[in-house]
Design a protein around this ligand. Sequence first.
Ligand code: ADP
Ligand code: TPW
Ligand code: MG
Length: 571
Amino acid sequence: MASDAEEAGTLTDGFHLIIDALRLNDIETIYHVPGIPITDLGRFMQAAGMRVLSFRHEQNAGYAAAIAGYLTQKPGICMTVSAPGFLNGLTALAHATTNCFPMILLSGSSEREIIDLQQGDYEEMDQLAIAKPLCKAAYRILHAEDIGIGIARAIRAAVSGRPGGVYLDLPAKLLGQVMDVDAGAASLVKVIDPAPRQLPAPDAIKRALDILKVAERPLIILGKGAAYAQADDAIRALVETSGIPYLPMSMAKGLLPDTHPQSAGAARSLVLKEADVVVMIGARLNWLLSHGKGKAWGEAPKKFIHIDIEPKEMDSNREIAAPVVGDIGSCVDALLEGMGKNWAMPPAEWTGAVREKVETNVERMAPRLQNNNDPMDYHGALGALRTIIKERPEVILVNEGANTLDFTRSIIDMYQPRKRLDVGTWGVMGVGMGTAIAAAVETSMPVLAIEGDSAFGFSGMEIETICRYNLPICVVVFNNGGIYRGTDVNPTGGADAATTVFVKGARYDKMMEAFGGTGIQATSPDELKEAVNAALGSGQPTLVNAVIDEAAGTESGRIGNLNPQSVIAKK
Ligand code: ADP
Ligand code: TPW
Ligand code: MG
């Protein structure tokens, strides 16, 4: 499909310069919702052979772009219409930034002259100003000849250093601007080495190793930055050469298989409390790690070695005894080199105690995972799904909810890197379907999305998108009829349902059938297993309505302590 300018032969235009600039930088996939002024841009992109996936809501397209960035180390691209579409995409842009995922939100916008005089243009909004505080960088391109540079800047800002979200404002007028085709081609920029390696300083490595050498109870914590870095072999070598027990954060599960003998996943409380030296690799000491202090971290004095590409992350919550600033691959390589061949294993007393705790906890959990209760509880249902992931370790697991999230994270072992995608740093509900779609699109792997019924509701309409593109996604809705539980009642006894409960006996599986996918209801772990195995085997879009005992969950999953208690309600 050619625009008027292209047909003229010697001219190109903003539409095609954007396309050419993206493709020059190997960006071929766009997560999108069409409309003024970018409808034709989407069409031209598809006509040019790019993969343009149209969503039902920009937030989901945005979450797809964010996770595409995480999976590929290239910025995931979300493209939206002005004002409302832009705002819908903005949550995902902020989410990408918070999670250190590279993403670019390309948004059409209305005319600068009218916006700045606030004269009421169609979908008028000063988008650049609004995006700025919510992303890593925000740029606007006003002239066609700047498209090459503008896109290059956006790409480099998204992926270099600590990755994050970038906003790129595309005023409607830009798209139709024309320029000479040769001058246009010459104006494009191929970004060389967009995320340059950042080598750690040798003295920083020495400082870290000096501390580690004398540790009696060392611990490694792997975060999703470590998974993002794709330094899988080096990280495995570091863990194994050092002999140190490691704890994977949620999305770092599978970087080494959860069944690895050094995994301390099932002894989390013990290792956090007792460790004397903690090596953080691509993880932040934020709320997910209780800020590195308080009861969870016990009384024992600790020293922290922190590997991160962002120098400002050091000392964010606690003193860091050995900051190691650089990209994870380079830092881990340097540590390994410094350790040499004769690195002494940590005291067996420590590694033995951790191992013993892991084994006891795993054994204690085992019988609960085998229950065949009908309706199911979380353990029974997840026991079945756990076996499926063990048998199909290549499957990408997407996960959101409260109990559904916490139990899945602790029960389902992961075996390969970057196979567990979830709510991330914000614990945001709504990432599910966008994440599942991008995971399938970017990797061509089958996807299993384990969703709380509330969580699913935030992006549920995208099952039409899943069916439309015929993606190999199996969605399992853990249907307990509500948020945390389905048993709450309206305290006034009035007719309105309690704030946390949904329609009883809802059939989410019927939604999938509406779009031509397979919908199945499962009330026992055996039925669930059969349905999910069939779905993953066929690669067909499937939704399993998994009926969970509405009384089985707990408030806020396992982070209920973050809810303030009302003094008045307690009286
Ligand atoms: P988790 O939630 O799993 O604990 P976080 O999102 O809190 O992980 O932390 C990820 C960290 O990884 C961020 O501080 C980020 O700067 C860092 N990071 C991301 N990519 C790299 C990389 N290639 N090299 C070094 N650090 C990285
Ligand atoms: C964007 C608050 C946290 S968890 C949750 C909500 C609404 C839903 C939990 O119910 P679900 O899981 O999914 O049915 P389960 O198994 O416990 O019943 N809005 C956003 N993000 C968050 N985190 C919330 C609200 C919340
Ligand atoms: Mg629920």
